[in-house]
Design a protein around this ligand. Structure first.
Ligand SMILES: [Zn+2]
Length: 444
């Protein structure tokens, strides 16, 4: 059945950056049929957007949903100290807590305009099963797309790594579990609701062998690869001491600079590193709020985009960015780019592009990220009649500069996920209550 969404300001994020004031989107089932302005075509159902701004659904490229259980800890700590404080707390995770955490994080993201969420889960205490299945179940219930990763850590403190020994796994277990999950859950092709990625945690928590064998397995299975990289100055010092090179050189040695890889953070990159990312097609998940919260620095996004690197945005886990609001991250990306490179470093539309088209490219998805014929009907509708938009003739710029906002309507594959600012398929208050019960088990 066809539905016409009309009388909106449609920000398509197509190659030309087309926008249609007084525009419309014609949807048939899960897919966009046509986008335009002027006289709209006939449709079985018509929805008047009353001047709202419509953007593509946002795509989150880095997160740790379980961390909603442990917010506002290690408040003054940098990355390594923060991790050392939190690892033992995270070791209490089980499927029930993961489900509650995922529902909370995914609900927050949906209410911020996000339609596709990548999650990097790497804490697998022995004997706790069903963690990835729990987050996939939460995503299915809420109606958002998820790319869940089977993360891993196999380099404990007694072998020179950062995590405690009881939280690291055997390499063979990691690979077998990754393959099992991929075969059980991964969907290929346009419209995929659930995908699996392969994501060893970081250079200071996994062995080189696990990085290499993970890459081999991912390439056999056709899955994307992800890890944390070059987040802090401390990580650079760690790599120099243990491997005699920079984090980027280390990944390059292990076959990890490639177009099926994206890395979170990439704050501390040299001009050569940026060129290497560009020439190999390696992608980046830019997480400005988390990087500010942990005092890590600001990634050179203008330079990365200039080198042709695929760059998307991530809210990162809620223990280092207490708010899972991806539209707010669009604003943060704009502000940090300007803080680093001056007022001309990034436009509002460039920032929206990072959060939509950029994220889709990072996740290697050409079926989402823009509003064009043939793409999935994934979009966010933003009201423009609130107090904060008054006086903003350019409502699109006004939205970004005045973020955050609660999305008015969120559509994923033609289905409503948020309507009138409320979750359609889940009860926000019930999610919050259940989360509070689970979070008590992680209290200091
Ligand atoms: Zn992270």
């Amino acid at each position: 059945m066809s539905t016409l969404f009309h009388n909106g300001w449609v920000v398509t994020m197509d190659d030309a950056g087309s926008e249609h004031r007084g525009g419309w989107i014609l949807v048939d089932g899960a897919v966009i049929v046509e986008v335009g302005n002027g006289e709209p075509p006939a449709a079985a159902e018509r929805v008047d957007l009353r001047g709202a701004v419509v953007t593509p659904g946002l795509v989150n490229t880095h997160h740790h949903l379980y961390q909603t259980l442990t917010r506002a800890r290690a408040q003054q700590a940098g990355l390594f100290e923060w991790l050392r404080e939190l690892y033992p707390v995270w070791s209490r995770i089980d499927a029930e807590a993961e489900y509650a955490a995922a529902r909370t994080g995914l609900a927050e993201l949906a209410l911020s305009g996000c339609t596709t969420v990548f999650d990097h889960h790497y804490v697998f205490p022995r004997g706790r099963e069903g963690l990835i299945e729990a987050e996939v179940r939460a995503a299915r219930e809420l109606g958002v797309r998820i790319v869940a990763s089977r993360g891993s850590m196999d380099l404990g403190v007694s072998d020179g790594g950062l995590p405690p020994d009881e939280l690291v796994e055997e390499l063979d277990t990691v690979l077998a579990e990754t393959e099992r999950l991929a075969r059980a859950l991964h969907e290929d092709g346009a419209g995929a609701q659930v995908q699996i990625a392969v994501a060893p945690c970081s250079p200071f928590s996994v062995t080189g062998r696990l990085l290499e064998e993970s890459a081999t397995l991912a390439r056999e299975l056709g899955l994307a690869l992800h890890t944390h990289l070059a987040e802090t100055v401390e990580e650079g010092a760690y790599c120099r001491e243990l491997f005699g090179c920079t984090p980027v050189e280390y990944l390059e040695r292990l076959g990890w600079l490639a177009d099926d890889v994206w890395c979170a953070h990439c704050v501390h990159l040299s001009p050569d590193d940026i060129a290497a990312f560009g020439s190999t097609g390696t992608g980046v998940a830019h997480c400005p709020t988390s990087n500010l919260r942990l005092g890590a620095g600001v990634a050179p996004v203008k330079e990365l985009v200039g080198a042709g690197v695929r760059v998307g945005l991530g809210v990162d886990g809620s223990a280092s960015n207490e708010r899972s609001d991806l539209f707010f991250e669009v604003k943060q990306a704009l502000l940090v780019a300007r803080g680093r490179g001056g007022a001309a470093a990034m436009t509002v539309r460039d920032a929206i592009r990072l959060g939509t088209r950029g994220g889709a490219a990072v996740l290697r998805r050409d079926d989402i990220g823009s509003l064009e014929p043939g793409k999935q009907a994934d979009f966010a509708v933003w009201r423009t009649d609130g107090l904060e938009l008054g006086g903003a003739g350019d409502a699109v710029a006004g939205l970004v500069f005045s973020a955050p906002h609660r999305v008015d309507r969120l559509v994923v594959g033609g289905e409503d996920v948020v309507r009138g600012g409320a979750l359609v398929r889940a009860d926000e208050a019930e999610i919050a209550r259940d989360h509070r019960v689970q979070a008590r088990r992680f209290a200091p």
